[in-house]
Ligand binder design. Structure first.
Ligand SMILES: [Zn+2]
Length: 313
């Protein structure tokens, strides 16, 4: 499986949608939210159907669990705060430190394994693309040797990320409750940006196959990045595999994404372009604050060298 990691508002949704157009892949949105938003809240799938009436997810549920059981989803939502939290990452490195929660981790991850297998089978043996983003879920999944986990660590300029977190964004799929996406102050998003990026860097150093990708490099040259990521995912690209892409214009077809940024509902011709609104709209004081808090990593990722140099490894 290909796991797209990084802090939210870093372009993972658009990357996922484009990757999902490659033959042999199946993009499913943010699987971490499947239990609550899909199974329990019956929110809208990327295909436009409610989760419970989407033929794809109905078949996945049937293959994995003999049908979707709200009790299983409730159980997964109970397990998640016990193991899948950023603050547990140090303990996830040495599972015996989890103590009584070690069994919780095994149960949590085993359920994801069944889910991944059923998704791949339903999609004809496809590589599953999960854009859950959270570093903690990636650390959970790496504890299960049966999961062939490959991580794309997506980074975007922290000032663009911080600006995006200050904006009000509607959640069109919400059927009840919160209709707006979460907002963070620039200081909060800067701290989260540093934390998530450090953890994804650590994941790579611990041996989980990890590929660093700057969002800005992806939108500048999506074709080259797609070829590199297909190779990273072990996905052979036949003739015409990139026909959905013409320069920076991409033809998006509906996908069965279970949760994520509202961009997951977009279909048809879409132009990929860098969102640089923060350069004019993020107030100077906030910009300086975010730059100061995140400068060591901005430097490491090449953001002070301008955007011409590729940081992909
Ligand atoms: Zn669907």
């Amino acid at each position: 499986m290909l796991y797209l990691g990084g802090l939210g508002r870093s372009g993972t949704t658009v990357l996922e949608r484009v990757l999902g157009e490659l033959p042999g892949t199946c993009s499913v949105g943010e699987l971490v939210h499947l239990w609550q938003r899909g199974v329990l809240d019956d929110e809208t799938c990327g295909c436009g159907s409610p989760f419970s009436r989407c033929p794809f997810w109905t078949e996945v549920g049937s293959r994995a669990f003999g049908g979707w059981d709200p009790a299983l989803a409730t159980r997964m939502e109970e397990l998640r705060p016990r193991v899948d939290r950023t603050r547990f990452i140090p303990r996830l490195l040495v599972p015996r430190l989890l103590g009584r929660h070690r069994a919780d981790l095994q149960e949590y991850v085993a359920t994801f394994l069944r889910l991944h297998r059923a998704i791949s089978e339903t999609a004809g043996g496809a590589v599953v693309i999960d854009s859950s983003k959270h570093s903690s879920l990636a650390f959970c999944l790496r504890s299960e040797p049966e999961i062939d986990l490959r991580v794309v660590h997506v980074v975007r300029d922290s000032r663009g990320v911080a600006y995006s977190w200050t904006k009000e964004v509607l959640r069109p799929e919400a059927t009840a409750g919160e209709a707006l996406m979460t907002r963070y102050s620039p200081a909060r998003s800067a701290a989260l940006w540093v934390g998530h990026n450090l953890f994804f860097g650590l994941l790579g150093r611990l041996g989980t196959p990890t590929r660093l990708l700057r969002y800005e490099d992806f939108v500048a040259d999506p074709g080259t990045v797609l070829v590199e990521l297909a190779d990273f995912a072990g996905l052979p690209l036949g003739p015409g595999a990139l026909d959905f892409l013409d320069g920076s214009s991409v033809m998006l077809t509906p996908s069965h994404t279970v949760a994520g940024n509202p961009m997951r509902f977009r279909t048809g011709a879409t132009t990929l372009r860098r969102d640089d609104a923060w350069r004019s709209d993020l107030p100077q004081g906030r910009r300086r604050l975010v730059s100061a808090l995140t400068s060591p990593l901005l430097l490491r990722y090449g953001y002070f060298r301008g955007h011409s140099r590729r940081a992909t490894r």
